[in-house]
Each structure stands twice: as structure tokens, then as C-alpha cells.
Design a protein around this ligand. Structure first.
Ligand SMILES: Cc1cc2nc3c(=O)[nH]c(=O)nc-3n(C[C@H](O)[C@H](O)[C@H](O)COP(=O)(O)O)c2cc1C
Length: 259
């Protein structure tokens, strides 16, 4: 049976409209689920860098939510002064969107991490254990080889000792730069020192292996075959621990501790 051109065009249009409706409906109906999964994944990363989730420990979304609620206090800070900003609800704050918005960010000076804009506010997390602040978690981001890597660094209350590092979003090559997500590499950060006694940023990813934290506190094993990603990790720590990033906030805390 031969169909007319008008019939074929009409039929194709109807099929396209039905498919488009199906895709649009799925996208809209699945969006809350997708956003929830992103939030839970972020929470899980924060818990793991705080040492509140063991590597390999299986938790469902509700358990992650509960553990996060119990132990983690999100705080919004003004980066320039390091003061807490109580005018904005941390729950509604999207730092990536703020960094893109010229009204809520400023241009970063040229830097090897290729951070272009710094948000006026940033979201950090206090980890509370037995009523005491056990660590402070700051967001970090910067270029590796192929992509911007997004992660968190946890510091102990002495503000020098690293409690952990984690990356939750990166597109480096699996098995090379992607090894930033390898639990055994992340474990090598625990107990290293981000700063020396005089508050200078010292932590760096080495070109090869580093010694144990007590003998070689400022260096972490390089990722083999991924010198560029490794350098990217060093660069982003230099940036975010420094004056353009969380330097004013960390200085304020050091002042409080010394007072
Ligand atoms: C397909 C491909 C993927 C690569 N992915 C990465 C990567 O994710 N991170 C990285 O630093 N280097 C990556 N490299 C290697 C870099 O090009 C570069 O050679 C390397 O960083 C140098 O590290 P090395 O001195 O440890 O060999 C990749 C190379 C190839 C061919």
C-alpha cells in the first residue's frame, strides 16, 4: 500500500509530538528525584570527608539525610571578611550559580586553577561530634587536565591537619586523573598538614610517592600517569586556602582560637 506524502508527514509529526511530550513529561516528573539524588550524593561526600561514613559502608538516602542532619552544620560565610552571613539561608544557596552571577561574585585574579570568578559567599560545613566542632569542611574546585574538579577538604580544629579530601564531580580520565576518587588515594591525605606552623600553605601533591604523614606531612603521593591532574589538585588547594578563597575565614578562626 502506497501512502501519500501528506500522510507520511502527518504521521511523522504525530509520532514526534508524542515522543517530545513523553520526554518532556519524564524530564519534569523526574527532576525532583534527580535533584534529591544530587543532594544526597553531596551529603554523602561531606559525611565521608568528615569520616562519618566508612569506605564501602552502604547507606540509603534516608540514613544519609539523618546522619547529615545530626552531625553537619552548614554555614554561609562572606569570603572577603570570613564572617558568617546570617542573611541568606544556606539551604537555598547554590554556590556555582552565585559564582556565575556578576551581582554575587567578583573576577578572580589569574590563577593556575583557572578559577574565573569567586562568589561573594561560600557554603562551608562544621562537623559536630559530642557537641564540639570536630572539623571544618570547605568546598574546593579547579581545573585538572580535562575538567573542573569539584570537591571538599576537611580540616581539624587546629586548622592545619587534614581530616580528608573528596571529589564528587570531575571528568578526568578513569584510571588516571579519575583516581582522585580512589579511596586508597584519598586515605593518604588523612593526617597531613595543609599549613606549616607559620600559617603558610604547604600541602602539595608530589610528583612520585610521598613518605608517611609524620615524616612527610606536606606531601601526598602523586597520581601515576596523571601529573596534570595532580598539579591541578595542588593548585586548587593553594587557591582556596589562600587570600582569594578561605584565607580570611581561616585567619578569623585562628584569631578566635588565639584570643
Ligand atoms: C587518553 C589519555 C588520557 C589522559 N588522561 C589524563 C588525566 O586524566 N590526567 C592527567 O593528569 N593526565 C592524563 N593523561 C596524561 C597526560 O597527557 C600527561 O602525559 C600526564 O599528565 C603526564 O603525567 P606523568 O608525568 O605522570 O606521566 C592522559 C593521556 C592520554 C593519552
Amino acid at each position: 500500500m502506497q501512502h501519500s506524502t501528506a500522510y507520511i508527514i502527518g504521521f511523522s509529526t504525530v509520532v514526534c509530538v508524542i515522543c517530545a511530550l513523553f520526554v518532556a513529561t519524564s524530564e519534569v516528573s523526574l527532576r525532583p528525584l534527580k535533584e534529591r539524588n544530587i543532594r544526597v550524593d553531596r551529603q554523602k561526600n561531606i559525611l565521608s570527608v568528615a569520616g562519618l561514613v566508612e569506605p564501602g559502608e552502604k547507606l540509603d538516602a534516608e540514613q544519609i539525610d539523618n546522619r547529615f542532619e545530626q552531625s553537619i552544620r552548614p554555614i554561609l560565610i562572606d569570603l572577603a571578611t570570613g564572617e558568617e552571613n546570617t542573611g541568606i539561608d544556606p539551604a537555598s544557596f547554590n554556590q556555582r550559580a552565585a559564582a556565575r552571577d556578576p551581582a554575587r561574585s567578583s573576577a578572580a585574579p589569574p590563577n593556575p586553577s583557572k578559577v574565573l570568578r569567586v562568589p561573594d559567599q561560600a557554603l562551608i560545613y562544621e562537623v559536630v561530634k559530642n557537641g564540639e566542632v570536630d572539623s571544618i569542611i570547605i568546598p574546593i574546585e579547579g581545573y585538572g587536565l580535562w575538567s573542573v574538579l569539584y570537591g571538599y577538604l576537611a580540616l581539624a580544629p587546629d586548622l592545619r591537619t587534614i581530616r580528608g579530601i573528596t571529589y564528587y564531580d570531575q571528568k578526568e580520565t578513569a584510571g588516571l586523573g579519575g583516581e582522585v576518587e580512589n579511596p586508597s588515594w584519598k586515605a593518604k591525605w588523612v593526617g597531613r598538614k595543609a599549613f606549616d606552623e607559620r600559617g603558610r600553605i604547604k600541602i602539595a601533591v608530589a610528583k612520585g610517592p610521598a613518605g608517611p604523614p609524620d615524616k612527610d606531612p606536606y606531601r601526598v603521593d602523586g597520581l601515576s600517569g596523571a601529573t596534570i591532574t595532580s598539579r591541578g589538585v595542588t593548585n586548587m588547594l593553594q587557591f582556596w586556602l589562600g587570600a582569594e578563597g578561605f584565607g580570611p575565614y581561616l585567619n578569623r578562626l585562628r584569631g578566635q582560637a588565639g584570643a
